[in-house]
Write a protein that binds this ligand. Sequence first.
Ligand SMILES: [Zn+2]
Length: 255
Amino acid sequence: MSFRSIRIVLLLCLLGAIAAVTYWERWSVAQWRQPLQVVIYPVNGDGSDEVGRYIAGLSASQFEEIAVFIRKQSERYRLKPLPLPQVILGKEVHVLPPELQGEQRSMWDRLRWSLALRYYVFHNTPFWQSLGRIKLFVIFHQTRDGVPLESSVGLQKGLFGVIHAFADSRQNAQNNVVITHELLHTLGATDKYDAGLQPVYPDGFAEPDDGEHYPQKQAEIMAGRIPLSAQQAVMPANLAACVIGSKTAYEIQWR
Ligand SMILES: [Zn+2]
């Protein structure tokens, strides 16, 4: 065999192994038999001391409401309530994850980026310990009014996500809403808002049963906003203002 074909065979073996591990991880988590384990890896988004201090002061307890929310919501759909998910605070990661570059974002760009992201996850987390755990990289930024953060991603096939959040304790509750949204993406949930970020009826509504009526009081977590009118919606302040709707529950195999 030539060097070139050996290289191709090795690459195919590597891709096959990644696919097998990915499949097994997703299958085992989707059974919901073990408590869901989520590790949050903080990343300093701008290298500033301000964000550094915020990260140094993080504790697992400020993410606990994510676990409580998931368990509580599961009671609406499952006969047996879910064991309380475990939210673990991982070590700070000192490298930023690869970004999807360029305007084109062709299929090839996306494939390269998703492989680079997988390598990033592999490189920055303990391999054996991380199997079957959801790995969320939360990139903290300084709060600047009116400057929107880059959009977060939760990859449905790799049990990991990249989340942009504000390094400000007043934003902790809303950060937890964003983290939970991306966490549910990694479990197979899809977005439930339209191109204008408006929740889609009925799946993106917290109370879809009485028809499309406004204003709604709560947000469906995968719609991400509380619809106030057909054209207006606001971010919920915290997870208490969110629910997991029946479509999302179905997608994450709660039925
Ligand atoms: Zn989303």
